[in-house]
Design a protein around this ligand. Structure first.
Ligand code: ATP
Ligand code: MG
Length: 406
C-alpha cells in the first residue's frame, strides 16, 4: 500500500490542560528529530492529532523510527483520495483485496467533517460496503470485531482511508518534564533507568565518574556508546565526565575499608547534585535496584541519599534483574553493557562492604576528608561533550563554559 500520510494520536497528552500546546509542539520537534532521514515529510501538529504528510517517503522505513518516539499513543498509516465516489470505491476495494485472506470479515466505519458531502456516514458505509461485498469474492460483513475495519474519513480537502493502528511508545514527549542528571555507569541498570526517565518526558544529561588509570579509556567509551544508544529516544545528549581518581584514592587512604563504598557513593551523589545545580536540572536519576548489591539496601540508600534533599529518581528500583535485562535488550544497550571493562566502583570496592552502614559513623569517617576541596577540584576538571545519534561531537571543558559558577 502506498500511504500518503500517517496520523498520530496522543493519548496521555490530551489530559495536560494548559501545557497541551507546549507538549504538542515538543512532540512535533521530537518527531522531526526521529525522522531526520526523511526530509520530505511535512509535520502538521494539531490539537487532537498530528499528521505526517509523507510526500513520497516510504512509510515502511519510517514506522520503526516513529515507534520510538515518546508521547505517541498510536498511529495509523493513511491513504488520501479525492472526494469522488468512484475513486473512493476503487480505493476501498483495492485495500480489501490487498489484505484479503480466506474467510476474512470486514466493515466500513465512516466519519465526516465535511457535512456537505453528498453521502452521510450511513450512506457511505452502505455504498462502500456493498461495493466491497460485490467485488471481493468470499468476503463477509461483520459489525462486531471484524478482521478488517476500514475507516473512511471525509474531510474538507479530501477523503482518508486507514485500517491499521500501530501501538506507539506511550509516555510523554522527551523534554516536556524538565531536565534530570542520569548517573550513568557502564552497567546494565543505569541506561535502562535513563530510558524509563525519558519515557516520562525527562531530558537527560549524563554524569559519568571515571578514575583513570584505574579505569580504562574503554570504560569511558562504553558509557558514551550507551549514551549514543539512548539518543534515538530523544536526540542529542550532553555527556559529563567527572574525574574521580583523586577522590577514590583519598577515601581509600583515609576511611575504613567497610565504609569505602558508602562514602564513595556519597561523594558521587554530592558531585552529581552540584553538576545538576550548574546545569539547571531538577532531579538525579540512577540505576539502583533494591537489594541487588550492598550499596542498594534500604539502609545504604538512606546513608547515601543523606547528602542531598534533591529528589533521586530510581526507575528500576523495584524491578528484578531479569526484567531490567529484558528492557536493556529491547533498547539495545545490553550488548554494550556486558562488555568487560572495570567500573570505578568495582575497582575500589572492598571485599565485604557494609550492607547496613551506620549513618553517624559514615559522617564521622567522612569528616577525615577535605570534602569541599575534593569536590572543587573534580568540578574544575569536568569534561563535557555532546553525543549525537552518530557519535560524539566536540569536547569542551565545562570550566570554560561555566566559569562564573565555579
Ligand atoms: P549499573 O548496572 O547501572 O552499573 P549496578 O547494579 O552495577 O548498576 P552499582 O554499580 O552499585 O550498580 O551502581 C548503582 C548506580 O550508581 C548505577 O546504576 C549508577 O546510576 C550509579 N553509578 C555507579 N557507577 C557509576 C559511574 N562510574 N558513573 C556514574 N554513575 C555510576
Ligand atoms: Mg555498576
Amino acid at each position: 500500500m502506498k500511504y500518503t500520510e500517517i496520523m498520530v494520536r496522543y493519548g496521555e497528552l490530551s489530559t495536560k490542560g494548559k501545557n497541551r500546546k507546549r507538549f504538542i509542539q515538543q512532540l512535533a520537534k521530537n518527531i522531526r528529530l526521529a525522522l531526520v532521514d526523511f526530509p520530505k515529510i511535512k509535520i502538521i501538529a494539531e490539537r487532537d492529532r498530528t499528521h505526517l504528510l509523507l510526500n513520497g517517503e516510504d512509510s515502511d522505513l519510517l514506522i520503526p523510527e516513529l515507534k520510538k518516539v515518546f508521547g505517541i499513543q498510536s498511529f495509523s498509516p493513511v491513504v488520501r483520495v479525492e472526494k469522488d465516489l468512484e475513486e473512493m470505491k476503487k480505493m476501498a476495494v483495492s485495500i480489501v483485496r490487498e489484505q484479503f485472506f480466506e474467510g476474512m470479515t470486514f466493515k466500513i466505519t465512516s466519519k465526516r467533517s465535511d457535512h456537505d458531502f453528498e453521502l452521510d456516514t450511513t450512506g457511505l458505509n452502505q455504498f462502500l460496503g456493498s461495493a466491497v461485498f460485490n467485488k471481493v469474492e468470499g468476503i463477509q460483513a461483520k459489525m462486531k470485531k471484524p478482521d478488517l475495519d476500514l475507516r473512511v474519513e471525509v474531510r474538507m480537502d479530501a477523503v482518508y482511508f486507514s485500517f491499521e493502528t500501530i501501538k506507539g511508545a506511550g509516555g510523554l514527549p522527551v523534554a516536556t518534564s524538565g531536565r534530570g542528571m542520569l548517573m550513568l555507569s557502564g552497567g546494565i541498570d543505569s541506561p535502562v533507568a535513563g530510558y524509563l526517565a525519558m519515557k516520562r518526558g525527562v531530558e537527560l544529561e549524563m554524569v559519568h565518574f571515571a578514575s583513570p588509570p584505574y579505569t580504562s579509556a574503554g570504560a569511558l567509551q562504553k558509557a558514551k556508546d550507551l549514551t549514543q544508544k539512548l539518543t534515538v529516544f530523544g536526540g542529542n545528549i550532553q555527556f559529563i565526565e567527572v574525574p574521580f581518581t583523586e577522590i577514590q584514592e583519598e577515601i581509600k587512604a583515609k576511611a575504613p575499608e567497610a565504609y569505602l563504598m558508602t562514602i564513595t557513593r556519597r561523594m558521587m551523589m554530592r558531585l552529581t547534585d552540584k553538576i545538576r545545580q550548574m546545569r539547571k536540572g531538577y532531579v538525579i536519576i540512577n540505576g539502583e535496584s533494591l537489594g541487588q548489591v550492598a550499596s542498594q539496601t534500604l539502609e545504604s540508600m538512606q546513608a547515601i541519599n543523606d547528602v542531598t534533599t534533591t529528589p533521586v529518581i530510581r526507575p528500576v528500583v523495584t524491578m528484578d534483574k531479569l526484567e531490567i535485562i529484558e528492557l536493556s535488550q529491547k533498547i539495545d544497550t545490553f550488548e554494550i553493557s556486558i562488555q568487560p571493562f572495570e567500573d570505578c566502583c568495582t575497582i575500589f570496592s572492598p571485599a565485604s562492604p557494609k550492607t547496613r552502614p551506620n549513618l553517624e559513623l559514615t559522617r564521622e569517617y567522612e569528616a577525615r576528608l577535605d570534602i569541599e576541596g575534593l569536590i572543587e577540584r573534580a568540578i574544575a576538571g569536568l569534561k563535557i561533550s555532546e553525543i549525537t545519534p552518530l557519535g560524539e561531537v566536540g569536547n569542551v571543558r565545562l570550566e570554560d563554559e561555566f566559569e562564573d559558577l565555579l
